[in-house]
Ligand binder design. Structure first.
Ligand SMILES: [Zn+2]
Length: 1002
């Protein structure tokens, strides 16, 4: 059953026909709250841990306060989304996320209505379509009338760590009861749940939850019968005065008594009675082993519920929560409820908000304030979501964006403007500070440059590329609000946010209401900003083109020629500098920009002769390119030691990462040098490379690569230029690559690359296998297309490469090479990787480095890996093969090569030393390198011309590899091809052989 597609049109049509008064929509004044529906839920539910099932009876009193007559009610059955075939499962699968489609039956969720009646009435028919139930009322509900509906329901909480889920025997229950859809001036919001945020009516809840006696409950609202469900000692502790954090109850060691009578008494069900007022949802969680702590602020109880293993980080968090409560009350307005609970649950997203209660994922980082910002974010949601109840399904920025802004405000107030996301550690150059505002700014600029931006105001379920949702709704809104705060003035903006909160508390504003309220409170219209930033994908892009200076008596007239190309023309701060330390800051009003053209001239009188002018010198505007904002270009570098953590990118500067580089190979001996990488926020790895000198023969080496891209014209087209003189080779490369096709993250994703390269081997003593190299020195042309796609049980990737000599005398060849790889998850607990490779090279003079190698990567592939490039880095007497070419690794000792290649490889990859399907032994863990194992089999053939099918080479065996080491930069691997054919003369097929490698086989 589907509700009318556009109830507004239906009403309008009716009004035209009957001449009835204009519908409710016309009466809405943006910025002024209108009518809203009222609800009162009474729910009795009991939880069965063995089945993760909640069985309940619900009585809903529904007041129709709209000016419209209703003939049906709609209910959300959100949990039905978490099973294969649901709208959400199919929606995710469309974007190649198969999690729910592949969910095993014991982990699925469901929500069933077992019967509906009106109070003391007859059963009503229910029509269920996945996550929406429609109930036709026996008689219409006129404006001002109310109705009482009684439902029986059963809900199974799915094992998907999302907004709800399971944890041990307990659950965190959200969207767990049939909830009436919101009806507002746009009609019924009875949309299928596709995973986005929620929207509900404010009202009251009286909930009785029956749990086994061993469980503790955390919940929305206030506990009414504490004396019945909590021991007297706990009751006394709850009553005790004092604001500082205390442990109310440590149940981490709680266990059922050994005897059956004691156990029965311990698990004897208890009913928790809870009341909540002025909330639009009700969530709860239960667990047997929580540590329950409490702090207070201004009489409000701030609870934390965590597990013992995370006590180190959680112990102080009730106190931090209380400090955050204080910040939010002062910054936005009062929290009127008596309690707030932070509950540790293993969710995927970091945190999830519900009225008076939030789930927070375990975060153990000792160097970042990850837990603090999650606390800040989820608590702030109780202002923007909890009390200001927007339609988040449609306009998620009104809760997520405003909450992100509030989160940044909390972090800055409590932990300082600089470094508020990092816990200060020495040495500072090894642990660079980062902060919340800069993180959002950086994320926005990266997102803007990625080419997938869509308007902030896009409906949550209708982003063409789901990857655009998060940066746009969270980060872009956050950055925009800080920008507007600097434009409008901080005090005025803070007051306006308080006014918006005060007006819309316990109401349902839409974007137009937010804009109207803010404009009104700020005393002028900022529609130019809202339109560009929220409604469209405009940006701020300023350029200072020229400064002219003329003498004017004792003063100077400065004229700036400026250009604004982003679509948003803000007032721009400008700083003039002159000799003798003269400096003055002015603001260019936005009306100097000539309408849509964005060009402007700004004249001002200065008491000194300016030698330099700079737009937005203090970085208050998220200008997409800040390097053209000054009359004087200067390189603003921030050098930093590359510690292989992610280094926070500075705004308005170029980050120069550097690290000492030490390496070894036989010919040069120890090589010492310096590696560097220069990046800006929107231009990663703009220039990177390595330079140094070898110790044995002091000969210098260098390898530089620059990446260029046309940012605004084509964000995905990248040109790379590289020049090197290293490890006996000298050469240069020029490569253009481009992602083709749609920006939507589904289907085959193609990349095209074309390049030319030139390489000369000038020292034959250096390469690991010098007989596999010609002297080179000729040009080559290469073209490659590659593609990836995620099917339901196969992650597929493929590539096809064409390569030929480029108009050269020294070589004459052309080759084609293709590979296909599938990551197959058909057999449970047995992930399998399959690969096929084929290649052919023809020509009169085929250099050995262009031939195909059966055992693994050929010389050019090995040259790309520093481990395999030179003699002696991996001891030369070791049998070693790098993944690539035929990958029939059992032949690494003889390395057959040919002009034609065909190979198929299979490898099972266990995430453990002993695969998880082997009982007991699979629990073995070895620390530090945490080795994993695999079974493999390869078959293939190389030959000089056409393939003949006799004498196929084959191997099989078992391999071991370390977990990714050195910040995921290094995997060490040894494969044991215990069997191979054909064998060497006199060799048996079964034998202990070992092949060493670095990196995965494929
Ligand atoms: Zn959020």
């Amino acid at each position: 059953m589907t509700p009318p597609r556009n109830p507004l049109l239906a009403v309008l049509a009716l009004a035209l026909v009957t001449g009835a008064p204009a519908p409710a929509l016309a009466e809405h004044t943006p910025g002024v709250p209108g009518w809203q529906q009222d609800v009162h839920y009474s729910i009795s539910a009991s939880y069965t841990p063995a089945k993760f099932e909640i069985a309940g009876r619900e009585t809903l009193a529904y007041w129709n306060l709209s000016p419209d007559t209703l003939s049906e009610l709609y209910f959300h059955l959100y949990l039905n989304a978490y099973r294969p075939g649901s709208h959400m499962a199919r929606h995710d699968a469309y974007f190649e996320d198969w999690k729910i489609e592949n969910l095993p039956s014991r982990r699925r969720g469901s929500e069933t209505i077992d019967g509906v009646t009106l109070l003391r009435g007859d059963p009503l028919p229910v029509q269920v379509d996945d996550t929406i139930a429609g109930i036709a009322l026996p008689s219409v509900l006129a404006p001002g009338e109310s109705v009482i509906v009684c439902l029986a329901f059963r809900s199974v909480i799915p094992d998907v760590p999302e907004r709800m889920g399971r944890s041990g025997k307990g659950i965190f229950a959200a969207q767990w009861f049939p909830k009436v859809c919101a009806y507002d001036r746009f009609g019924w919001h009875a949309e299928q749940h596709l995973g986005s945020e929620f929207y509900g009516d404010f009202g009251a809840y009286d909930v009785r939850i029956t749990l086994p006696g061993s469980f503790l409950l955390a919940h929305t609202g206030t506990l009414v019968n504490g004396a019945e469900v909590l021991p007297d000692s706990i009751g006394a502790r709850l009553e005790a005065p004092g604001d500082s954090a205390v442990t109310i109850w440590d149940r981490s060691g709680a266990a059922a008594p050994g005897d059956s009578a004691g156990r029965r008494a311990y698990e004897l069900p208890r009913t928790w009675v809870v009341h909540a007022d002025s909330v639009h949802d009700f969530a709860w969680a239960c667990d047997e082993k929580w540590i329950w702590r409490r702090a207070r602020w201004n009489g409000i109880q701030i609870y934390t519920f965590h597990r013992k293993g995370d006590s180190k980080r959680w112990y102080d968090m009730a106190g931090e929560g209380a400090r955050m409560m204080e910040v939010l009350n002062h910054r936005f307005g009062p929290y009127p409820y008596p309690t707030f609970s932070f509950v540790e649950e293993p969710i995927g997203a970091g945190g999830v908000e519900f009225p008076n209660v939030v789930w927070i994922t375990p975060r153990r980082s000792a160097i970042a304030r990850r837990l603090e910002y999650l606390f800040a974010h989820e608590l702030a949601h109780n202002w923007f979501y909890g009390m200001v109840g927007s339609n988040e399904t449609a306009q998620a920025f009104l809760d997520e964006g405003l909450t992100s802004y509030a989160e940044t405000a909390i972090m800055e107030t409590l932990y300082g403007r600089e470094g508020n996301l990092t816990i200060p550690r020495t040495p500072r150059w090894l642990y660079p500070p980062d902060d919340s505002r800069r993180t959002a700014w950086r994320s926005y600029l990266e997102f803007q440059a990625s080419g997938i931006e869509e308007p902030v105001l896009t409906h949550s379920d209708r982003f063409k590329n789901p990857a655009a949702y998060y940066p746009s709704v969270y980060h872009k809104t956050n950055v925009g609000l800080w920008t507007l705060r600097s434009i409008a003035g901080t005090d005025r903006f803070d007051a306006a946010m308080r006014e918006y909160f005060a007006i819309w508390r316990f109401h349902h504003p839409y974007a137009e209401d937010f804009f109207a309220s803010m404009n009104h409170a700020l005393g002028q219209s900022y529609d130019w900003f809202w339109d560009g930033w929220i409604v469209r994908t405009d940006r701020i892009d300023l350029k200072l083109r020229k400064m002219r200076v003329a003498r004017d008596g004792t003063d100077y007239q400065a004229e700036l020629e400026i250009r604004s190309r982003g679509g948003i023309d803000p007032p721009v701060p400008v700083r003039f500098r002159g000799s003798g330390g003269h400096e003055v800051l002015r603001t260019i009003p936005r009306d100097v920009f000539l309408g849509a053209a964005g060009d402007g001239r700004y004249r001002t009188t200065l008491p000194f002769r300016p030698s330099e002018a700079e737009l937005d010198p203090d970085l208050t505007l998220p200008d997409v390119s800040w390097s053209d904002n000054s009359t004087r270009w200067r390189l603003r570098l921030q050098p930093m030691l590359d510690n292989w953590h992610s280094s926070p990118m500075p705004i308005g500067k170029t980050l120069l990462l550097w690290r000492p580089d030490l390496w070894y190979q036989t010919e040069d001996g120890v090589q010492g040098g310096l590696a560097f990488d220069a990046s800006t926020v929107r231009w990663e790895h703009a220039l990177h490379g390595l330079a140094g000198v070898g110790a044995r023969k002091p000969r210098p080496f260098a390898d530089f690569e620059g990446r260029f891209r046309a940012l605004s014209a084509d964000p995905k087209g990248i040109v790379r230029a590289r020049a090197y003189n290293i490890d006996g080779h000298r050469g240069a490369q020029l490569l253009f690559s481009k992602a083709l096709g749609s920006r939507i993250e589904r289907g085959f994703r193609w990349t095209l690359a074309a390049g030319v390269d030139l390489d000369r081997l000038y020292d034959r003593a250096v390469p690991r296998r010098s007989s596999e190299w010609s002297d080179g020195g000729h040009g080559n042309l290469e073209l490659q297309v590659s593609s990836t796609r995620n099917f339901r049980r196969v992650r597929w990737s493929g590539a096809m490469r064409l390569r030929t000599d480029l108009l050269s005398e020294g070589a004459s060849y052309s080759s084609i090479y293709g590979t296909m790889t599938g990551d197959v998850s058909v057999i449970p607990k047995f992930p399998l990787l399959l690969r096929a490779a084929a290649g052919r090279v023809r020509g009169d003079q085929v250099p050995p480095e262009e031939r195909f190698y059966l055992a693994g990567a050929g010389p050019r592939g090995e040259w790309a890996s520093r481990w395999f490039r030179s003699r002696g880095t991996i001891p030369t007497r070791w049998t070693a093969a790098l993944g690539g070419d035929g990958n029939v690794r059992g032949f690494a000792d003889t390395r057959p090569s040919g002009r034609t290649l065909l190979a198929v490889n299979a490898e099972s990859r266990s995430g453990r030393l002993v695969p998880s399907w082997v009982p007991l032994l699979s629990r073995i863990r070895i620390p530090v390198v945490d080795p994993r194992s695999s079974l493999f089999a390869d078959v293939g053939k190389v030959s000089e011309n056409k393939l003949d099918w006799s004498d196929l080479a084959a191997d099989c065996g078992v391999g071991f590899r370390t977990k990714p080491l050195v910040r995921n930069h290094l995997v060490l691997r040894t494969d044991l091809p215990l069997w191979r054919t054909p064998t060497l003369p006199g060799e048996r097929p079964w034998k202990l052989r070992a092949v060493f490698s670095v990196g995965e086989a494929f």
